[in-house]
Design a protein around this ligand. Structure first.
Ligand code: DGJ
Length: 702
């Protein structure tokens, strides 16, 4: 059992890391340790009981509390803020007891209660020992007879070792330009990242990585292969917040949870509220090890279809946009099948009245002009061609020009006295409402029951405005959370009823990529940007946490581009390969080349989708970039290298491989020698690539 107790508290040990907490002399539940697993239980420090500093800074302010309520004069970012029925806004939590629940995922539940008000808080810690990850969540109960209002409740506060100097790595971006990495020093104050968009968003992402600057202020720290990194994420697809705080006394902590902006939750008598979960981990082996830790965990624990190989797909959106019909789609399907595509996806434009983006969302039946016999003939043909059939839907949205909106104008998020702001000519259905959820479940359940659909692309093409819920039965500001719970319920129910369907998560590309939806969706669309050099950069950003078998990137048409088809394919082959070009307009030579590249992908995709990823050179920082995927048993690997533009006469640096067995010997395609893994990793190999060229190189143990 990896949860140990000692005289003051608990040590939660995973395979190679440990996290300790306990009760200090003042009885406060205090963080003690987070880092490498130590040999003896006695090695872990006791809970700190700091003295005060002056009358302006009392001991409580210097104590690294595990889950501080808003109280006293601590002035730090609290995890919990509640207003009681009498108007008191002050939470004083005291330790009551703890329970350890054994099992495959052992759990420690620590109960805290307010000394005066009937409020119980349970901190839940679950240990994924083999994955070196810890999960935290919080349950809060109203034990009294009067309601209370929760105004902030975070899932976790993750404390870093005292007095370190840290840098925060996170992701920024926007629609068409997702997943740009930032890395910045943390200093006194609060660095806040958040979403207020009702989706986790293209702009920031609910995860963090923090590395330690070993030489204070030199700006050095971890890199891909070395250095200490603490990392975490929130499994939530709506408004979230990360607050990276460095206190005036040098304590660094990262709080994360639901965004408290415009949030309130009325907790009635006897009611319970449980937060989304936060996962976190530690490694001493740099950002690469961090990512591989996430990848294994996501593949084996989070993803619903673990170890399912993702098919090579064709999606006709970039080729035909809304201009779809039975004949043209069958033509495209036939070409796709001849190239070796395994999944054909019909995107937007297939449903009644959908000729552009101004109408029809909500009316989910085939357009009678485009598909006079419904979708059945197309689906049958796609299956006859040996491919699976996929369909695009956008369940959460409604067009004002639709039957659904005419029947239920009150079903959208809105304030009755305000105009309803449209975005892409659409409004958002209020999925906080159970009747709206039931309607969507019934609609799509029928579609999936009546049609032989193997794959669904679930899109979401706008963010929120006027987040009103006029007929809310209780506190309308609960809408932020109830909406996302509604999405999870609709998606989860459909998934349960149609277990053979593979689900793709898309929100104008990568606008809602998070661990919450990853429990329901098998893969996500990286971006609406179709430029492969941007895909490359985004793959690096998203791969910080998400594995290659979740990342789809398609090869689209780039008419005036200097990028070859081969380069474009190679980029998409770094994840789930897909095609999005107008295949009917491709030349016979292009189709032959595409067929050969698809065949090549099929021989390496298990390695790509399930191998250990090593980012050898960053495309966000270098014009010569490379990634390597190594088989779990290290018997083979595949290397991708890309050169964009570098001055002529540039000598490319050697690519030093990683992750091979130093003792075993390997051959590398295109290299005459057989060498030890140690040699390939220390000396590397020289590649010769021209501008805008790429290569895929197979590596095999001899
Ligand atoms: C946005 C998606 O990202 C695109 O791939 C496409 O599905 C369009 N929506 C369709 O409206």
């Amino acid at each position: 059992m990896p949860i140990f107790t000692n005289s003051t508290g608990w040590i939660l040990a995973t395979r190679s890391t440990a996290y300790a907490l306990g009760l200090n002399d003042a009885g406060a539940l205090t963080h003690c340790y987070w880092g490498p697993r130590l040999p003896d239980l006695a090695d872990y420090p006791p809970p700190p009981s700091p003295g005060g500093w002056s009358s302006f800074n009392l001991p409580a302010q210097l104590t690294p509390e595990e889950f501080p309520g808003y109280t006293g004069n601590t002035f730090i970012e609290p995890c919990l803020k509640v207003t009681f029925a009498d108007g008191v806004r002050n939470v004083v939590l005291g330790y009551v007891g703890a329970t350890i629940l054994p099992g495959p995922v052992p759990t420690l539940a620590i109960t805290l209660e307010d000394g005066f008000y009937p409020l119980r808080v349970t901190l839940l810690y679950r240990l994924y020992e083999a994955y070196d990850l810890l999960e935290r969540a919080v349950r809060i109960e109203n034990l009294g007879t009067e309601p209370m209002l929760i105004e902030r409740i975070w899932s976790a506060l993750w404390h870093l070792p005292q007095d370190g100097r840290y840098r925060l790595r996170h992701m920024v971006g926007r629609h068409l330009d997702e997943a740009i990495l930032r890395h910045e020093p943390l200093s006194e104050g609060v660095k806040r990242l958040e979403s207020r968009r009702l989706a986790s968003s293209h702009h920031h992402s609910p995860w963090f990585a923090v590395d330690r600057d070993p030489a204070i202020d030199l700006g050095q720290g971890a890199d891909e292969g070395t250095g200490e990194v603490w990392f975490g994420a929130l499994a939530w697809s709506g408004n979230w917040q990360i607050a990276a705080e460095v206190t005036d006394f040098g304590s660094t902590r990262i709080g994360l949870g639901l965004n408290d902006w415009d949030f309130a939750w009325r907790l009635g008598a006897g009611e319970t509220f449980t937060t989304p979960v936060s996962y976190a981990g530690y490694t001493a082996a740099g950002f690469g090890a961090m990512s591989r830790c996430w990848h294994t965990f996501i593949r084996e624990v989070i993803l619903p279809g673990a170890r399912q190989v993702q098919k090579v797909f064709y999606n006709s959106w970039e080729a035909t946009h809304f201009d779809v019909d039975e004949a043209s789609q069958i033509d495209l399907a036939a070409i796709a099948a001849s190239l070796g595509v395994e999944l054909f996806v019909l995107d937007d434009g297939w449903f009644a009245g959908r000729n552009d983006d101004t109408a029809a969302l909500g009316d989910w039946r085939p357009d009678p002009h485009k598909f006079p016999h419904g979708l059945t003939p197309l689906i049958r043909r796609v299956h006859e061609l040996g491919m699976a059939f996929g369909l695009w839907i956008e369940p959460e949205m409604v067009s004002p020009k639709s039957e659904l909106y005419r029947t239920h104008p009150d079903w959208v998020l809105h304030f009755p006295t305000r105009a309803r702001t449209e975005s892409r000519h659409q409004l958002i259905l209020n999925l906080a409402r159970p009747d709206v959820q039931d309607h969507l479940i019934a609609q799509f359940d029928r579609l999936l029951t009546e049609q032989s659909i193997d794959f669904i692309k679930w899109d979401m093409n706008r963010n929120v405005s006027e987040p009103g819920w006029p007929a809310a039965p209780g506190e309308p500001r609960e809408v932020w959370v109830r909406y996302i719970e509604g999405v999870y319920r609709v998606w989860g129910t459909l998934r349960e009823r149609h277990p053979h369907v593979v689900w793709q998560n898309c929100s104008g590309g990568g606008g809602r990529v998070d661990l919450g939806l990853m429990r329901l969706a098998d893969q996500f669309q990286l971006s609406d940007n179709i430029d492969p050099t941007r895909f490359l950069a985004m793959q690096e950003g998203f791969s910080q946490i998400f594995p290659a078998n979740t990342m789809h990137a398609w090869v689209a048409d780039l008419p005036a581009s200097h990028l070859s088809l081969r380069f474009r394919f190679h980029v998409s082959m770094c994840g789930i390969l897909g095609l999005g070009g107008h295949l009917a307009q491709w030349t016979p030579e292009e189709r032959d080349e595409a067929a050969a590249l698809i065949a090549q992908y099929k021989t390496i995709r298990t390695l790509v989708q399930f191998g250990a990823l090593y980012r050898l050179r960053s495309p966000q920082r270098h014009a010569f970039a490379a990634v390597l995927y190594v088989a779990p048993d290290r018997s083979e690997a595949v290397l991708f290298a890309f050169r964009t533009h570098l001055p002529a006469q540039t000598r490319l640096p050697p690519l030093r491989l990683q992750g091979l067995d130093p003792q075993r010997h390997y051959t590398i395609e295109g290299q005459p020698e057989v060498r030890s893994g140690a040699a390939w990793m220390h000396l590397g190999l020289h590649l010769h690539l021209d501008d805008f060229a790429s290569c895929v190189v197979q590596i095999r143990q001899v």
